[in-house]
Design a protein around this ligand. Structure first.
Ligand code: ADP
Ligand code: MG
Length: 579
């Protein structure tokens, strides 16, 4: 019998040595430099700091320093502060009334377990400070040290004691970006506190104490600040305040939706959903509003002990929170959100094949009518147009759809934005494949306001963007100057275009640059001058139809939705029971 079982060492249950336990906890709490910055800044905020300075070097792997002017740590408490589960923030065992950002007592020991940690601190009013070091889990003795009131925590050689972690990190720039993003979220949540940050000696953030509105304006950009709608609502014990962007100012990702619950920046699905629902009828699908929302509710109604990084929360009454937030945003948006158009859905019978068009001969791509839309010419459609596969434009519906009629009596419905986007995308891809994308200088260069990090990110890619036809350059802190747009996008508004590209560049930095530039190209295409909601002259409509006919793959938009549908005469007859 014995021989049939794989031999396994007999093991007994035992307690892990504390150094091992610390390292395991470290894996959860400090997965990357941004998490270290977040934990240390949270400690500074919990200590009541009015000014916090963050220094990042070498992506935070070489060094992170967080200095505050908060309460400081008693020399006798220093050694305890770096022990696991040592916290000054839970007075008793009740985990339901947490008013501080930290409470788990895990950050400092976790950081000490995987890096070289040094804490220098002096209590406010004390005459002397003290310091302690923890090196790869080995705790030193606390010793007297010169210090100014407050605390300075320095983390060097992060993950030197957990080298496997290093493999999961991105480049120093991406790690520094992520750390600054974490800092921005905390800075937004605590507008009364001054924040300063440098990355490799360069100042990237300098914020004096401010009101919530002013802070949100600095962090989310001047354009947001000048158009945002202030919101303040109360229901029962819940309070919601903050700023929401107008429906016209949307982003390609929800990254600029900042949600703060009881002073804690969170990424909460429920609140994201509430935003989406509140704006659903006002913005295009797939776009995301910009918002800085501050929800306050009594601590027992929200559980923050859901995740080691404490970035998720659980609401005791999720429905009540969601309902309240949706109603509050809708009220704030007021007239900005119009009622949905009460259009009776057209029930389509199964459609006939679209064969004829699929076989249209492959045409030359360049010289698309769209590249220089003939906007001035407003004339009746040429009768001959009906002979083309997509026929002659007869009308525009909802400033969004083109209705055309073909010679054989079919009705063609075109989604003008989807089709124009697809065409622009194809044109851009073809131009890129054949060298550089032609660009067209703007008569007046446009200044686009961004936040500092996004602006730097766009400027850093100016070379690659120029090859895509977009000429940008730095323009002071938090802005870029756009000098030229891809010719295929002539007439597009540079501001939303550049902001989308900044968002795209901020997305997963591990993806190869060429792929990300492909994504940039797709984003660009979305900003062509023919958008939903624009009235088109008959000649423009016909030009669009002709361009679709001659562009391969134009039957679906870049997102895979159809760009046009065809109802044959027989289909129409069936719909009306004539057949
Ligand atoms: P937690 O924040 O969950 O309590 P930490 O490991 O982050 O756990 O910190 C342990 C303790 O060290 C804190 O409870 C606090 O008493 C003290 N501490 C840490 N950072 C600071 C700081 N910047 N200023 C004052 N006290 C601090
Ligand atoms: Mg903490």
């Amino acid at each position: 019998m014995d021989g049939m079982l794989p031999s396994r060492p007999v093991s007994r249950v035992r307690l892990l040595p504390s150094a091992v336990a610390d390292r395991i906890a470290a894996g959860e709490v400090v997965e990357r430099p941004a998490a270290v910055v977040k934990e240390l800044v949270e400690n500074a905020l919990d200590a009541g700091a009015s000014r916090i300075a963050v220094t990042i070097e070498g992506g935070g792997i070489e060094r992170i320093t967080v200095e505050d002017d908060g309460a400081g740590i008693e020399p006798a408490d220093l050694a305890l502060a770096v022990e696991r589960h040592a916290t000054s923030k839970l007075a008793d065992e009740r985990l339901i009334e947490i008013a501080t950002l930290g409470f788990r007592g895990e950050a400092l020991p976790s950081i000490g377990a995987v890096a070289r940690l040094e804490i220098v601190s002096r209590r406010q009013g004390a005459t002397e400070g003290a310091a302690i070091t923890v090196t790869g889990g080995a705790k030193g003795e606390a010793r007297p040290a010169p210090a100014s009131p407050g605390t300075r925590v320095t983390v060097r050689e992060l993950f030197f004691a957990a080298p496997a972690r290093l493999k999961f990190l991105r480049g120093p720039r991406a790690e520094a970006d992520a750390a600054i993003a974490a800092l921005r979220r905390l800075a937004l949540a605590h507008p009364g506190v001054a924040f300063h940050a440098t990355v490799d000696g360069r100042e990237v953030l300098s914020l004096g104490p401010a009101t919530m509105e002013a802070r949100a304006g600095r962090l989310l950009g001047g354009e947001f600040a000048s158009h945002a709608i202030t919101l303040a609502a109360e229901r029962g014990p819940m309070r919601l305040s903050g700023l929401v962007g107008p429906p016209s100012l949307t982003r390609a990702t929800p990254a600029e939706q900042h949600l703060v619950v009881n002073g804690r920046p969170v990424t909460d699905r429920l609140l994201r959903t509430a935003l989406r629902v509140a704006y659903a009828e006002a913005i295009e699908r797939g776009r995301h509003p910009v918002a800085a929302l501050f929800l306050e509710l009594p601590a027992p109604l929200v559980d923050v002990n859901v995740h080691p990084a404490k970035t998720e929360v659980r609401f005791r009454d999720a429905d009540a929170v969601r309902g309240f937030v949706i109603a509050a945003i809708r009220t704030a948006l007021g007239g900005a959100v119009s009622a949905p158009v009460a259009a009776a859905p057209l029930r389509l019978a199964p459609m006939g094949p679209m064969g004829a068009l699929a076989e249209a001969p492959p045409p030359p791509l360049m010289g698309l009518p769209l590249i220089a839309p003939p906007r001035a010419a407003v004339s009746a459609p040429a009768p001959a147009a009906a002979d083309h596969p997509l026929g002659a434009a007869r009308a525009q519906l909802l400033a969004t759809y083109i209705v055309a009629e073909t010679a054989d009596g079919a009705m063609i419905l075109v989604d003008q934005h989807a089709a124009a986007e697809r065409l622009a995308h194809e044109a851009l891809k073809a131009a890129r494949a054949s060298g550089a994308v032609p660009s067209q200088a703007l008569l007046v260069p446009a200044v686009v306001e961004l936040d500092g990090v996004s602006a730097a990110r766009v400027v850093a890619r100016a070379g690659e963007l120029a090859a895509l036809g977009l000429a940008v350059e730095a323009f002071g802190e938090g802005a870029v100057l756009v000098r030229a747009l891809p010719a295929a996008l002539a007439g597009a508004d540079p501001a939303p275009l550049v902001r989308d590209i900044a968002d795209e560049l901020a997305e997963d930095e591990t993806t190869a640059l060429t792929l990300r530039l492909d994504a940039v190209l797709a984003r660009m295409a979305c900003h062509g001058s023919i958008r939903a909601g624009r009235r088109l002259a008959p000649a423009e409509m016909d030009a669009l139809l002709r361009a679709i006919e001659t562009s391969p793959g134009s039957g679906t938009c870049s997102h895979g939705r159809p760009t046009w549908i065809r109802l044959a005469k027989a289909d129409l007859e069936r719909l009306f029971g004539r057949r």
